[in-house]
Write a protein of this length. Structure first.
Length: 324
């Protein structure tokens, strides 16, 4: 699944990850078998809503309707809401399904696959803290993960809670805050994504310490971009453009996943207004700073955000300031 999602996310002709559609024959062929299997299983699941004698027999798999000796209940990582007694599968259907979520209620069934992703993500963060470009690319890991689990918000919520509570990542963030390191800024989109999910109540049961840590790192990210006139902000224009792109990507991830976006809309707006204000007050040459900011912006992302974020293209201050 991860390889399939990675292919789906690869760019072509300069198009960014979230915009590119896997529409070539090769990509379609690679995805067809998995999609067909999942679709067939999903179609069969609706049958459990129609009572029958077979459904009442625990030996009958409610997906393939075969009576076998290996039909067992689907175990859930967290207790499901309501009666889950009919959530059961035979071994063959489990193998065909091949996902760590229940096909009936879409709740997470095992943390094994999720832990593997989290451990890989933490390693990626650890190896990227001394390279601004590598740090910025960490957000792509989140993009790929959300694309792989598109339509599975329960999986995304579970993983983000586990990431936010991870002791190793927490120690890295605490050390970065104490030493005022810059790498959290370069992967701002990751922390905005987690913080806004927590603020929206999507990371249920999040440890208070982890919640406070997210709030602290987000505050530290904003600080160099919102200094007053007595402490002018003259970071390279690339950083300003990259920050706005990170905000847009975090919002697009939540938007595509069907999760809460209000907090991220506010982040994009705040970031956009800061960007426009910086351009107005900077002592750098206006044409030069405009060009360098645009090198870190994606036109497609901006176009997608016009109406949901700003109401229209004409009302989008970033578009007006850097493209009109």
């Amino acid at each position: 699944m991860a390889e399939e999602a990675k292919k789906k996310a690869q760019t072509a002709a300069g198009q960014p990850v979230l915009i590119r559609k896997a529409n070539t024959a090769a990509a379609a062929g690679a995805a067809s078998t998995s999609a067909a299997t999942t679709s067939a299983i999903s179609a069969c699941i609706s049958a459990i809503c129609q009572p029958s004698a077979e459904d009442a027999d625990p030996r009958v798999c409610p997906i393939c309707f075969e009576m076998t000796g290996d039909v067992t209940p689907v175990k859930h990582l967290d207790p499901p809401v309501g009666d889950a007694s009919s959530h059961r599968m035979c071994r063959a259907c489990r193998q065909a399904w091949g996902q760590s979520i229940c096909p009936f209620c879409k709740e997470v069934t095992t943390a094994a696959e999720l832990v593997g992703f989290i451990q890989g993500f933490i390693r990626t963060v650890s190896s990227s803290t001394h390279d601004a470009n590598a740090s910025a690319a960490v957000l792509e890991t989140i993009q790929l993960f959300e694309m792989e689990h598109e339509g599975q918000p329960s999986v995304i919520r579970r993983v983000y809670k586990m990431i936010a509570e991870d002791a190793e990542l927490g120690a890295q963030i605490d050390a970065a805050l104490k030493a005022q390191h810059e790498w959290p800024r370069d992967m701002a989109g990751v922390f905005w994504r987690l913080d806004c999910a927590a603020e929206a109540g999507e990371l249920k049961g999040l440890e208070p310490t982890a919640r406070m840590r997210l709030q602290s790192v987000v505050a530290a990210i904003w600080r160099p971009f919102e200094r007053g006139a007595r402490e002018p902000n003259e970071l390279d224009p690339h950083y300003h453009g990259a920050l706005y792109t990170q905000a847009l990507v975090a919002w697009l991830c939540a938007w595509r996943s069907g999760m809460a976006t209000d907090g991220l809309v506010a982040v994009v707006q705040r970031c956009g207004r800061n960007l426009v204000e910086w351009k107005r007050t900077t002592k750098m040459h206006k044409d030069s700073c405009t060009g360098r900011v645009r090198e870190r912006l994606h036109t497609e992302y901006l176009q997608l955000s016009h109406e949901p974020i700003w109401g229209s293209r004409d009302a989008d201050p970033v578009w007006q300031a850097f493209y009109k």
